[in-house]
Design a protein around this ligand. Sequence first.
Ligand code: NAD
Length: 469
Amino acid sequence: MIEAPLLVAGEPITTGEWVERRNPAHPDRLVGRAVVGDAALVRDTVSASASAGASWRALAPAERAARLRSAGEPLEAMTDGIAELLTAELGKTIAGSAGEFGFARTYLGMVADRAPALCADTEEDTRFGKAIVPKEPYGVVAAIVPWNAPLILAMMKVAPALATGNTVVLKPSPLAPLAVTTVLTKLAEGLPPGVLSVVQGGADVGEALTTAPEVAKVSFTGGERTAEHILRALAPGLTPAVLELGGNDPAVLLDDVELTDDLLHRLVMGSFLTAGQVCMATKRLLVPASRYDEVVEAYLRTADEALVLGDPAEPEVTLGPVVDAAAKTRVEALVDGARSSGADVRPVGSIHDDSVVSAGWFVRPTVVLGASDDDPIVATEQFGPTVPIQAYDTVDEAVDRANAGPYGLSSSVWSEDLERAVSVARRIRAGSTSVNTANRWGINPLVPFGGVGRSGYGREYGDAGIEGY
Ligand code: NAD
């Protein structure tokens, strides 16, 4: 069993109440437990982080980058163990877990390479003399992450915040605290004590962290309701925040799209990766009415071939469970609701092992045909293995429907004609829009990522994601 301690001023703390984490594919198996902090301990952790900040911010940016790079070196040797642990606690496929950890390490190196130049002062010659524009860190950054991709989502905050001279206190989700705490503890071992700390717990601990007096910036990834709570709590201190929230990402297929096997595979996995529990997953497909039957037939066939539901530790499995029993109930209710409103719900994929699937927190993947725009399965973020396909008549109509609703995280346009696709992409209100790809295949750490509207504000990745700290 793995234990996730609190990491305060470089010291692991294992006293306090423990919360258990079970394997979502085998809920009878305990994976590990995390010790929960209380408000006083969180405040002490933030104070220790503030004290550690003075010498960390005084280092030359290139020296800080070198320290981060060498602190990250031992992580590579941990790949197999971390992938297995993440799969066990979260239900992500084993290839997906290894890929996520690799991506997090690559991003750390990328930030170490780019941050020193971005930290350099700039100068302006003005009429009255030279103006120097220094790049100062905030101080203590409170980082709060969700469970669905804890390693990369944590590294997206930790790497740029530390490289620019801040210190970080991070709180993982109690639904996936184990792998991320193991990784950050190893990273922290290579850094001065207190520069990187981890506190464990739920909403209470999160609130104690964001409102601790020395916190100078909050970087939050998670749900929109939680973001509302956080902003209310931050209001008295006017503390700045980055918010990376959910989305209801549309994929708009244009009438010239060529349905190659490759494209269909990207389209299907764009929705079903990590059982649909990805912020930038494709959450609805808009298809030209003239090609609706053909697209639906090809999509269902591809999904049947590509999706193998089962224990994500098995290499042949491509679709694991959802995160917990509550998520299973919520997603199944969404699908049942669409069915009882008259939608045609098609189960897709195959089952690797019936006994595992019936005992674990699995949701049978489905494609939902004929749902109306106001059905919750279309209008909200499903965050599960189900996707509606809808028909449209004109591109203007497709753009209007893609832009309907309060979200704008990412989106995608699919067409043979790149110029046409880009011109449609420019009309979609989203933080980013991919062409002929979606989800993590459309993400590049050199390019800023983030939302508009209720998908949040501030940017991660790209130079903007470093300069934000
Ligand atoms: P959540 O909002 O329930 O929890 C996120 C984190 O906030 C957890 O660590 C939680 O313990 C903490 N928290 C809860 N209440 C808090 C409070 N009052 N103060 C401070 N912290 C508090 O979200 P979740 O269910 O873990 O994650 C799913 C959501 O995250 C989805 O909406 C998904 O789209 C979104 N998400 C967005 C991105 C992105 O980059 N835009 C990436 C991944 C996930």
